[in-house]
Ligand binder design. Structure first.
Ligand code: FE2
Ligand code: FE2
Length: 189
């Protein structure tokens, strides 16, 4: 990963800098760069939140990711205040920033449809495996892999994974309701 690429990822996802573990921070940036370089998107911010519906869903995957990350980190901090538990905030932030990273690698920037890889591998699961392949912790890969009600092949098994999954859902659906831009199809997460 070039220093410029890392700066680009940090500028898109400012919460990367809130990850205290330097190696984790590095790998989060690395996975975004890898997915981007393996895609045909010119810029990461060109990807809509749900690519097949890009004409209706008018916010980008970057905006969505940042909203989910803020929401999940806030819930994580609240959990530590409310319950006698230690929540791994690094994992929550890393998992939230990466939860939809694989969309870049599964969709075509021109048509908005799945590319061949997107037909053969499913959202969430592809991201989880890519995370494991570059050496991200298993618990971060699990957050990515279990975040989607529609696509995940496993349910969340950790408190961090539960928090990211619910933050994703409340942001995806809450934004539609709050901004009154409901669309006449079921938004896939
Ligand atoms: Fe999402
Ligand atoms: Fe997703």
């Amino acid at each position: 990963m070039e220093p410029k690429e890392k700066e680009y990822i940090e500028s898109l996802f400012p919460a990367v800098k809130d990850i205290s573990d330097a190696d984790l921070r590095e790998k989060v940036c690395q996975l975004w760069v890898q997915m981007w370089r393996g895609s045909n998107f010119e810029k990461i911010e060109d990807l809509s939140q749900w690519e097949p519906a890009r004409d209706i869903v008018n916010w980008t995957n970057v905006e969505h990711t940042n909203e989910v990350t803020r929401c999940a980190a806030t819930i994580g901090r609240l959990f530590e205040e409310m319950y006698p538990i230690k929540v791994n905030l690094d994992y929550i932030i890393a998992g939230a920033i990466l939860h939809d990273v694989d969309k870049l690698a599964l969709f075509d920037s021109k048509t908005g449809s799945h590319i061949d890889r997107g037909e053969k591998f499913s959202h969430a699961n592809y991201g989880a495996h890519a995370a494991l392949a570059i050496g991200l912790p298993q618990d971060v890969a699990h957050i990515i892999g279990s975040h989607s009600a529609n696509y995940s092949s496993t349910e969340p098994r950790t408190v961090e994974a539960v928090i990211v999954r619910q933050a994703d859902h409340v942001i995806a659906e809450g934004r539609n309701t709050a901004l009154d831009c409901r669309v006449n199809f079921k938004l896939e997460k």
